[in-house]
Design a protein around this ligand. Structure first.
Ligand SMILES: NC(=O)c1ccc[n+]([C@@H]2O[C@H](COP(=O)([O-])OP(=O)(O)OC[C@H]3O[C@@H](n4cnc5c(N)ncnc54)[C@H](O)[C@@H]3O)[C@@H](O)[C@H]2O)c1
Ligand SMILES: [Zn+2]
Ligand SMILES: [Zn+2]
Length: 361
């Protein structure tokens, strides 16, 4: 069928709205009409090196239109959130940790299905897609059923997309991985979409101190509204000293969403004995290093993908909290029509918008 997608013709070029051909779903796949799709930093980073021509986008929500012959548990008309995909059969998938699937990169970042085919084409030429189980900068997607989570049809589909990546990542990093006990302290470095979701989750967990650290006062104000108990502008304040004042014995937990080595080092060194740091941010730093002493006293550093989530169980929980007003991410979202993708990306890059969501209205 003919669909409209935001095509990345060549690396680092602007996305161009283009009509493409989408093939029918395979036996384990589902066709979804996209209602809305969030823009995540990962889309913008991959636009520099993903094999082109390609369709990106990985925070989609929508309505099932058609299902393959082997698909169970989903049918036309179901409302779905889209997330990453996984193989379902490797050791980590079998242990209930699909975010650490041993085939994660091949399935989510190669641009192709495992058999080398792609559902997208233009004038008979293959177009890469299948990005994080979806390629949802498009009116329709073909997704493996494993990438989809059926959600309550009463929910507004527009804010759902970012739950499949950014919000799940921040919230899951706290609720699924670090699991801070009531009364503990946590600092979240970077108060964007991911960091603010982590702050909300820390607040829901009953953390006594929830410290937001960022360079942008607008982000810090939003973090405070979302539940941060303290904020630090690390551009104008010595964050390490400010954290020592807040937690003289050191923090119990820290999360980095900035991807800067220096920031991660500050996060680790702000921990008390046995403190745990979660690494979520990707780039710009390629590596991280620590003094021996800074990790000898029982501190640990854990890399976290997709909040360590099983989307089919975690997303309905988060969406139920959101519907009850207890996961207040709406102030972070600005909506744009799908054909305003260029303007939306500009607003994200400038920092004016925390989470842009494109709607097909
Ligand atoms: N591990 C995963 O599974 C996963 C999933 C989604 C996103 N991510 C990554 O998480 C990161 C955050 O995503 P996001 O959507 O929240 O991005 P974002 O750009 O909205 O947020 C990043 C925040 O960090 C702040 N920041 C930047 N440099 C800083 C510094 N030196 N000190 C303090 N604050 C600083 C920015 O002002 C911004 O508010 C990105 O790197 C993204 O690629 C990882
Ligand atoms: Zn993402
Ligand atoms: Zn697997």
């Amino acid at each position: 069928m003919r669909i409209t997608a935001a095509l990345l013709e060549k690396s680092s070029q602007p996305f161009k709205l283009t009509d493409l051909e989408l093939s029918a779903p395979g036996p384990d796949e589902v066709r979804v009409r996209v209602a809305a799709v969030g823009i995540c930093g990962t889309d913008l980073e991959f636009a520099h090196f993903f094999p082109t021509p390609a369709v990106l986008g990985h925070e989609g929500s929508g309505v099932v239109e058609a299902v393959g012959g082997r698909v169970t548990g989903l049918e036309p008309g179901d409302h779905v959130a889209m997330s990453f995909t996984s193989c379902g059969t490797c050791r980590t998938c079998r242990h209930g940790a699909p975010a650490y699937c041993t085939s994660f990169d091949a399935l989510n970042f190669s641009g192709r299905r495992p058999d080398g085919t792609t559902a997208l084409s233009l004038g008979g030429q293959d177009v890469n897609g299948h990005f994080l189980g979806q390629s949802s900068f498009a009116s329709h997607v073909i997704a493996p059923a494993r990438a989809l989570t059926r959600i309550d049809p009463a929910l507004d589909l527009d804010p759902v997309g970012p739950f499949g990546c950014g919000f799940q990542t921040g919230a899951g990093g706290v609720l699924n991985v670090l699991k801070p006990p009531v009364g503990s302290s946590i600092a979240v470095f970077g108060a964007g979409a991911v960091g603010t979701a982590a702050i909300i989750a820390a607040s829901l967990s009953g953390c006594a101190s929830v410290v937001a650290v960022d360079l942008d006062d607008r982000r810090l104000a939003a973090a405070r509204a979302a539940g941060a108990t303290e904020t630090i502008n690390s551009g104008s304040t010595d964050a390490a000293a400010a954290l020592r004042d807040i937690a003289p014995g050191g923090l119990d937990f820290a999360i980095d969403t900035t991807g800067h080595e220096k920031v991660l080092r500050t996060a680790v060194e702000a921990l008390g004995p046995l403190g745990r740091a979660g690494v979520i941010g990707i780039g710009p730093s390629e590596s991280m290093s620590f003094e021996w002493r800074s990790v000898l006293n029982g501190r640990s550093i854990t890399g976290i993908i997709a909040g360590g989530s099983v989307p089919q169980t975690f997303l309905p929980q988060l969406l139920a909290l959101h519907a009850a007003g207890r996961f207040p991410v709406d102030p972070l979202i600005t909506y744009f029509p799908f054909d305003g993708i260029g303007e939306a990306i500009g607003a994200v890059r400038s920092g004016d918008v925390t989470k842009a969501v494109l709607t097909f209205g």
